[in-house]
Design a protein around this ligand. Structure first.
Ligand SMILES: *Cc1c(COP(=O)(O)O)cnc(C)c1O
Length: 361
């Protein structure tokens, strides 16, 4: 079987070139005589891999000096608890913006740790838009404000970050990190599971401003403590060695083959634009996210007929477009078009969609 176009929301497709390099290096990495999977994380060969991963990520994203970059495990989901454990240490209050299912997940976890409120929510319209908040909506003594920047399930994105004044802004950027340039200095903390835009699952990146760490709650497990992880170069225990290695290859690809985040954004805008233009002009398919909040990473749409949605997904799969079924909370279809999805994949998907439309009028 040939490689398919994989529209999975995560784990998702990786650049073919990265997979080919990893496969060439699989059994004997850089003349070490062993696979990256087999080597000590304390070895000098591995030290070089993790430090290159960190320096490339810093360079690509323009991460300021006063931010720590951590390579952790447990997924974005563990950070739903990690964030309050480390940052809810002043008033014990935190304000969450509920813009989708994952934002709600983060909120539900944080509630266990203190006085947590929803400052805004878009649940009233099934999270098809991103709620607006003003500074007055945020409690002035909150320890932080939490957002989910790109709503993976619903296909919406904050087009502009909320103005939180002096209150630290924390973002779950799992499904949009590295999709376009962003000003890291506007965030207090960014966290992201790797399996959307960075590499295999098992790795979670945390980027945190250094004045915010070192005040974790006493019950915080050692491996969830940002300060202790930063002091130990993310190696309090064995890190996700192989996932970090593949992420390093993805960062090299982004820098050398794509040419950085401006160039990546251009490609992503082109890809999403092709799909949304087609949807907007179609009589069969309807995009579900409000136009002004559309994500360029996750494109959600329905036909309005459940049986036809199912038929679409089945035929798409047979034609080589897999994992395009939408999340059950939205229904219909979702094409996740992360960095690894080539432009060609979108062109061919649009052709398939047009053909399906003409056959199912
Ligand atoms: C995928 C995803 C998660 C869950 O990530 P895990 O790494 O599986 O814990 C959380 N938030 C967002 C925005 C996601 O896209």
């Amino acid at each position: 079987m040939n490689r398919v176009y994989n529209f999975s929301a995560g784990p998702s497709c990786l650049p073919l070139k990265v997979l080919e390099i990893a496969s060439r290096e699989m059994t004997n990495y850089n003349n070490s005589g062993m696979s990256v999977m087999e080597m000590s994380h304390r070895s000098s060969v591995y030290e070089a891999i993790i430090s290159e991963a960190q320096s490339l990520l810093r360079e690509i994203m323009g991460i300021p000096e006063n931010y720590k970059v951590l390579f952790l495990q447990g997924g974005a989901t563990l950070q739903f608890a990690g964030v309050p454990m480390n940052l809810m240490n002043g008033s014990g209050k935190a304000d969450y913006i509920i813009s989708g299912n994952f934002a709600k997940g983060a909120f539900d976890e944080a509630v266990k740790y203190g006085d947590v409120v929803a400052a805004a929510s878009s649940k009233d319209e099934n999270f098809s838009y991103v709620p607006e908040i003003k500074r007055e909506d945020i409690r002035s003594d909150a320890d932080y404000v939490h957002i989910c920047e790109n709503n993976t399930i619903e296909g919406t994105k904050f087009q502009k970050l909320p103005d939180t004044g002096n209150i630290p802004l924390v973002s779950d950027s799992s499904s949009c990190i590295l999709s376009e340039p962003s000003d890291v200095s506007k965030y207090a903390l960014i966290y992201a599971g790797a399996q959307k835009n960075m590499g295999p699952s098992g790795l979670t990146v945390v980027i945190v401003r250094d004045d915010l760490i070192g005040k974790a709650r006493p019950e915080t497990p050692k491996i969830m403590n940002y300060k202790l992880q930063a002091d130990d170069n993310s190696m309090i225990n064995t890190p996700a060695c192989y996932a970090i290695y593949v992420a390093m290859l993805v960062f090299r690809w982004l820098k050398n083959d794509i040419g950085g985040l401006e160039a990546m954004k251009k490609i992503n805008v082109e890809k999403a634009g092709m799909l949304y233009d087609f949807l907007d002009n179609s009589k069969l398919y309807k995009p579900t996210a409000k136009k002004e909040f559309r994500s360029i990473m996750n494109v959600t749409f329905v036909t309005g007929n459940k049986d036809l949605d199912d038929k679409f997904c089945k035929e798409a799969e047979k034609t080589g477009f897999v994992n395009i079924k939408g999340h059950r909370s939205v229904g219909g279809m979702r094409a996740s078009i992360y960095n690894g999805m080539p432009v060609e994949g979108i062109k061919e998907l649009v052709n398939f969609m047009a053909k399906f439309e003409s056959e199912n009028k």
